[in-house]
Design a protein. Structure first.
Lengths: 129, 366
């Protein structure tokens, strides 16, 4: 777990150390702690080692530095995180919607979005149990 | 020529070669200038749905992540779930899972051979490959009860044991498959038209492949020996004999050859595993439908037919996961590599390039 302001520096150092494959970026919404946890899953093809780089950002100010200058493959992962959690990635060139279409509700993978309630209201008029 | 404006053509989602995937292809005459991927036609929100279901209920759900290789999706899921549930599958269960996952890989690669020959205009190759899938699908049905979606692996093992005549079934099906492979070599891989369409098309250098997040056969075709089964052995792969298949050219044909040779390697693994499979329990009875997970998280990767299939799972002490993130291998193949290698290609090569990456739109969107 590292501070979100120093995460980019550490990420660059890790890339230089051989962690050249960014496998995935996960966001976990810890709503009770009012934080988003960002987890970068790294893999080194040379050393054959896996590593998780974790950082937290506050939910009410969800801004994170984009890692696209470090790993090109971060582009689509960050775009998905922006769409699903509403995190703004500073320095990202294209944060347009990726998987959803005409979505204007709150980002759906946030814990305060209740998909069952949404389905009930949208498709059943809120009546079915 | 320069006064003719660029033209944008939609590739998919109704194109016979695109699957449920759309990309805007901008062309300058015959040359592709830019490819803009537009996924989402198969977005079903599995990651959210999984937060509402127990660990057992999620097991049939993950099948749907990729219809072409459901065993790998299940295998990754149950291993990640076992880590947060702190339960383990018995040895026999892990052997069975390995065998079925390899059969899934063979099935997926045969599908690839079929679809690729179809998009290149070799329709008979498609029909033959589709027919050749059937014996393996019948094994699936006999073992799991499902032809395509097995819903077979559960945390702590598998749902039921292998039938008694399983080794004979495998022998019979593999004898047929060996003949099929000879037929593929003759009809497809040594076919001059096929080679002309695939060789030196869609070149992906090793460095670019790593940067763009390629995994699986797409990465190995560029000369990098990376296979989760060898690098971080899971299930019983460390007890089985097999080679990591690599090619060095990085073109569409190499990616195809990688898959073609991997079928033989998978057959080797299955035969080896069938010989070595121990007796005993096939599932851990300590796991119950409402077993509670520990407050811990894990990131588990397995090698699917397309590459790294990973699950990041966070348990919160209840019987449902707090968060599951699914990494489908096609996510980076379709959204990062495809636009990169399709740039500057001929428009007629787009289906060959796209299918050489063996994309599965379902696991891009999840």
């Amino acid at each position: 777990m590292v501070n979100n302001e120093t995460a980019a520096e550490l990420a660059s150092a890790l890339k230089a150390a051989g962690f050249n494959h960014l496998s995935d970026v996960t966001v976990v919404d810890y709503i009770e702690e009012e934080d988003f946890e960002l987890i970068y899953h790294l893999w080194s093809h040379g050393a054959r080692k896996r590593l998780m780089l974790k950082t937290r950002i506050p939910r009410n100010k969800a801004i994170m530095k984009s890692f696209t200058p470090i790993w090109v493959s971060a582009h689509m992962h960050e775009r998905e995180c922006h769409e699903m959690f509403g995190i703004y990635f500073d320095g990202h060139t294209d944060l347009s919607p990726l998987l959803l279409e005409d979505w204007d509700g709150i980002p759906p993978l946030r814990k305060d979005f209740d998909s069952r309630k949404y389905v009930l209201e949208t498709f059943y008029g809120g009546e079915r149990e | 020529m320069t006064d003719i404006p660029f033209f944008t053509i939609p590739f998919g989602p109704c194109h016979p070669a695109s699957g449920h995937f759309h990309a805007s292809v901008t062309v300058d005459g015959e040359r592709v200038v830019e490819v803009k991927p537009d996924p989402g036609y198969l977005h079903r929100g599995f990651e959210k749905l999984m937060e509402y279901r127990t660990y057992l209920q999620n097991s049939p759900l993950v099948d749907r992540i990729c219809v072409l290789d459901p065993f790998a999706a299940e295998l990754g899921y149950v291993n990640a779930a076992e880590k947060v549930l702190e339960t383990e599958a018995p040895e026999r269960g892990r052997f069975i899972r390995t065998i079925m996952a390899e059969l899934g890989r063979i099935l997926s690669h045969i599908t690839w051979i079929g679809v690729t020959s179809m998009v290149l205009g070799l329709d008979s190759g498609c029909k033959i490959a589709w027919g050749n899938r059937e014996p393996i699908i019948r094994i699936n049905e006999k073992v799991t009860g499902g032809r395509i979606y097995p819903c077979y692996f559960i945390p702590g093992g598998v749902r039921r044991d292998l039938p008694d005549d399983f080794p004979e079934m495998i022998d019979e099906v593999f004898d047929g498959l060996e003949q099929n492979l000879e037929q593929y070599d003759f009809l497809i891989f040594n076919n001059e038209t096929f080679r002309v369409r695939m060789e030196n098309v869609g070149l992906l250098e090793a460095g670019d492949a790593v940067d763009l997040g390629a995994t699986g056969p797409n990465l190995r075709a560029s000369g990098i020996e990376a296979d989760v089964r060898k690098d971080e052995p899971y299930e019983v792969y460390d007890q089985l004999e097999f080679n990591v298949v690599t090619q060095d050219k990085g073109d569409a044909f190499s990616r195809g050859m990688c898959r073609r040779i991997e079928i033989e390697e998978s057959m080797k693994i299955v035969r080896d595993a069938v010989n070595k499979i121990p007796g005993g329990d096939f599932k851990n009875k300590a796991f119950k439908p409402f077993s509670k997970a520990k407050e811990k998280e894990t990131y588990f990767c397995c090698e699917s037919a397309r590459g790294e299939q990973c699950y990041h799972m966070v348990g919160d002490g209840t019987d449902k996961p707090y968060r599951v993130k699914v990494r489908g291998p096609s996510f980076s193949h379709t959204l990062a590599e495809f636009p990169y290698i399709a740039k500057d290609a001929y428009i007629a090569d787009i289906p060959a390039i796209y299918w050489s990456l063996d994309p599965c739109p379902a696991d891009v969107d999840r």
